[in-house]
Write a protein that binds this ligand. Structure first.
Ligand code: PEP
Length: 249
């Protein structure tokens, strides 16, 4: 499946104070309202604390609200967790699940699968993250690792359940410390592997690339065949840079 609009997802991670998150949202909203970006879709994923206030700022704008994580249970004694229902009632439409920074803290693909299903059950769209480590790549295991991650993350999602599949080679993420970024040809080859795994089982998914995307490099990745957009960390933290990403996507 291909999206008509190029999607640019901002993952602000834990980088901003509440005040900074609200200010950045206001700046992005103002700048976008002056532009005619009909073929682009902006999704902002602030931290949980900022979501309710940002939802109010984004009302009547064309910017979509997303979250960085969620829990898979609906209600109960789960200290520190946030339910899919509570996210959905804030106006949140997308949820990142299984980001490599969560996987580094111990989240496995069984949990990621539960989260993806819980998000879909609340009529939101999960952004499921996959990607190999540098050690796995060096051993020539990238294709196998990513294929396995996808299979585990999508168990019983249902043929029609909509999701975004974000391929993020962990070693290409700007804060990974590797100093390396996948080139767009190799990314295209990985997406061909990913499509092979997905297309026999699902019809309603979109492909997203993530890892050190900047206004200069975004076109290289967003133009890969069947790739519908990008997930961006560092370059989404300033309004001008985020707008430039949208323009160049
Ligand atoms: C990420 O962590 O998902 C990411 C893509 O970060 P960056 O754009 O900073 O590499």
């Amino acid at each position: 499946m291909k999206n008509k609009k190029k999607i640019v997802i901002a993952n602000w991670k834990m980088n901003l104070s509440l005040k900074e998150s609200l200010a950045l949202t206001g700046q992005i909203k103002k700048k976008i309202s002056r532009l005619n970006l009909v073929d682009k879709q902006a999704i902002l994923c602030p931290d949980f604390l900022a979501i309710t206030e940002i939802s109010k700022i984004l009302k009547k704008s064309k910017i979509t609200l997303g979250a960085q994580d969620v829990f898979y249970e609906g209600k109960g004694a789960f200290t520190g967790q946030v339910s899919p229902k509570n996210l959905q009632t804030t106006g949140c439409q997308y949820v990142i699940v299984g980001h490599s920074e969560k996987r580094a803290l111990g989240e496995d693909y069984q949990t990621i699968n539960k989260k993806a299903k819980a998000v879909i059950a609340e009529k939101m769209i999960p952004i499921i993250c996959v990607g190999e480590t540098l050690a796995e790549r060096k051993k020539g295991q990238s294709d196998k690792v990513v294929a396995n991650q996808i299979k585990q993350a999508t168990v019983s999602l249902g043929k029609k359940g909509k999701f975004l599949l974000a391929y993020e080679p962990i070693w290409s993420i700007s804060t990974s410390g590797s100093g390396q970024v996948i080139d767009s040809q190799e990314a295209a080859r990985m997406f061909a592997v990913i499509k092979k795994v997905l297309s026999s089982r699902f019809i309603n998914y979109l492909l997203i690339y993530g890892g050190s995307v900047s206004p200069k490099t975004i076109a290289d990745f967003s133009k890969i065949e069947d790739v519908s957009g990008v997930l961006v960390g560092g370059a989404s933290l300033k309004a001008d840079s985020f707008i430039q990403l949208l323009k160049n996507a």
